[in-house]
Ligand binder design. Structure first.
Ligand SMILES: Cc1cc2nc3c(=O)[nH]c(=O)nc-3n(C[C@H](O)[C@H](O)[C@H](O)COP(=O)(O)OP(=O)(O)OC[C@H]3O[C@@H](n4cnc5c(N)ncnc54)[C@H](O)[C@@H]3O)c2cc1C
Length: 497
């Protein structure tokens, strides 16, 4: 990124924060309305250093191929795959958009950010094996998941996941599903590519500047105060549309904007940690993203997984995440973030959510108390031969879970993502972090189609969006021919075959 970009006095679109969400929205807006003037303001000296950095997230291209929490079991024992279908279709939007950018020459060398890595679910114990078999049978009814394999045969599992099967108790029933067509994503590399392309198209990416205040003018534009973190100087920029893509920093800014739609919202930070493998021999003996079952009371994003990564062309191996607690909303944030976010506007929601999530509190206390030995023992459920000296603890990114006002309970803790948008379409904020970056394209398309002050209606019709996302407004689950054509096309452009 250019180090010298200056803050203009006026812009059409102000993107606050240089992570994958702002990068995706900016790229979509520029694709739909090329004449828009975009300005990005980022408080760090590089883009994608918070949650979007490759080491700060797991890089799973979430397409519901391995995450057991997307296919809940009903009381009658049936498995619902509705959520899995929705997430898979959303990931297909991302794939198509990235492929279109490669096709149009706006980004190149997709291997820098997307690589094929099989997605697997792994369970042990007779009951869990039965669950996985039922889940597999239910998913096979949908064309999106055809090609996925199931096995409870140790000989087959040894071929799929030799590292995990070594010295495993032979009396323990185990099973796995495997989807060869899963992916690993380096969202940091993708973010840098997208901002690079936006800069080439004339957008300003202003680093080491922090947005501190926002006021709406009578003509609906936003008057935004920005602090230069190198000099302490404050300046102002006026924008027709503002997107608060500040990750954990979006909630305080939403509160400052004072839009009524943001009233009552709060945030609860959960930090993440990984064990990262440092032994090349071990790293080379595993080649999959393997998701297990979550522990009792664990939030959905804490499902344990052993994860092959491809970062800067090199294979890596992660296990985790382990949750932690800090009052910071960003990895490079302040311990005052949580206390300063609580006020009369959201106190009821915060207390209500606290009272109804005692299981989560218990789970977090247990996680925070863990020693390195406890973590390695958790890893041994996946890799029975794991040695503590081959793994180091790394701090991952910060997630701020949404606390929503709720008429009955006072407040509700949510684990998804939500876009809060002002009624006049002049400001929007993204809260929450799951399924996260994988579905960024769908999230931003929804924001654009709900209406913003900068995209005219004729530029956001289904036909306009289908120019670069052919499955937009259609169902690939119900149209196998579309699925086959689009998978072949995007797979070729993204070099996934
Ligand atoms: C442990 C963990 C694992 C995850 N695993 C996955 C996964 O496997 N797959 C997946 O799809 N997603 C995953 N996610 C989620 C994914 O990482 C996030 O959804 C995504 O990175 C969020 O991007 P963002 O642009 O909203 O935020 P960020 O990348 O955090 O960017 C926000 C930016 O805003 C800047 N900023 C903040 N405040 C201000 C301000 N006032 N002024 C200027 N700039 C500001 C910050 O410095 C930062 O650069 C994971 C997240 C975590 C934490």
């Amino acid at each position: 990124m250019s180090e010298t970009a200056l803050l203009p006095a006026e812009t059409d679109v102000l993107l606050v924060g240089a992570g994958i969400m702002s990068a995706t929205l900016g790229t979509l807006l520029k694709t739909l309305v090329p004449s828009l003037q975009l300005t990005v303001v980022e408080s760090q000296d590089r883009v994608a250093v918070e949650s979007s950095d490759a080491w700060n997230n797991a890089g799973t291209g979430h397409a519901a191929l391995c995450e057991l929490n997307y296919t809940p079991e009903g009381k009658d024992g049936s498995i619902s795959i509705d959520r899995a279908i929705k997430i898979n279709e959303q990931f297909q939007h991302s794939r198509q958009f990235w492929a279109a950018l490669v096709e149009r020459g706006l980004i190149s060398d997709p291997k820098q950010f997307i690589n094929p890595v099989p997605h697997m679910s792994f369970v042990s114990g007779a009951e869990s094996v039965e669950f996985l078999r039922k889940r597999y049978n239910a998913m096979q009814q949908c064309s999106l998941f055809q090609g996925m394999q199931f096995s409870d045969d140790p000989a087959v599992l040894k071929q799929w996941i030799p590292l995990m099967m070594e010295q495993r108790d032979p009396s323990e029933p185990v099973a796995a599903t495997r989807a060869e067509f899963g992916t690993d994503l380096n969202f940091g590399a993708l973010t840098r590519m997208l901002f690079g392309s936006l800069e080439q198209q004339g957008s300003q990416v202003v680093m080491r500047h922090r947005v501190t205040e926002l006021t709406q003018l009578p003509d609906r534009r936003w008057y935004v105060e920005v602090e230069d973190l190198a000099t302490g100087k404050r300046s102002r920029i006026t924008s027709r549309f503002v997107f608060l893509g500040a990750g954990g920093g979006a909630l305080p800014l939403l509160q400052k904007s004072g839009i009524p739609e943001g009233r009552g919202y709060g945030g609860f930070p959960v930090s993440g940690q990984w064990l990262r493998c440092t032994n090349r021999d071990v790293i080379e003996r595993h080649a999959a993203k393997v998701y297990g079952k979550p522990a009792l009371g664990a939030p959905p994003m804490s499902v344990p997984h052993l994860d092959t990564r491809v970062i800067d062309g090199k294979k890596e191996l992660l296990f985790g995440p382990f949750a932690g607690f800090t009052t910071k909303f960003l990895k490079f944030g302040s311990f005052l973030d949580l206390p300063l976010s609580v006020g009369t506007g959201n106190l009821v929601s915060m207390l209500g959510a606290g009272a109804h999530n005692l299981d989560l509190t218990k789970y977090l206390v247990g996680q925070v108390m863990q020693s390195q030995e406890d973590r390695v023992n958790a890893l041994r459920e996946f890799v029975p031969t794991a040695r503590g000296e081959d793994w180091v603890l790394e701090i991952a990114g910060q997630r701020v879970q949404i606390i929503k006002p709720d008429a009955k309970a006072g407040g509700r803790l949510e684990f998804g993502t939500e876009v809060i948008r002002s009624a006049d379409g002049s400001l929007a904020a993204l809260l929450g972090a799951s399924p996260g970056a994988s579905t960024a394209v769908s999230i931003m398309l929804e924001l654009i189609t709900r209406g913003t002050s900068v995209v005219p209606e004729e530029a956001r019709t289904p036909a306009a969006l289908q120019e670069f996302i052919p499955s937009y407004g259609r169902s690939m689950a119900k149209e196998p021919e579309l699925l086959a054509r689009v998978t072949e096309h995007t797979g070729r452009l993204l070099q996934l075959r």
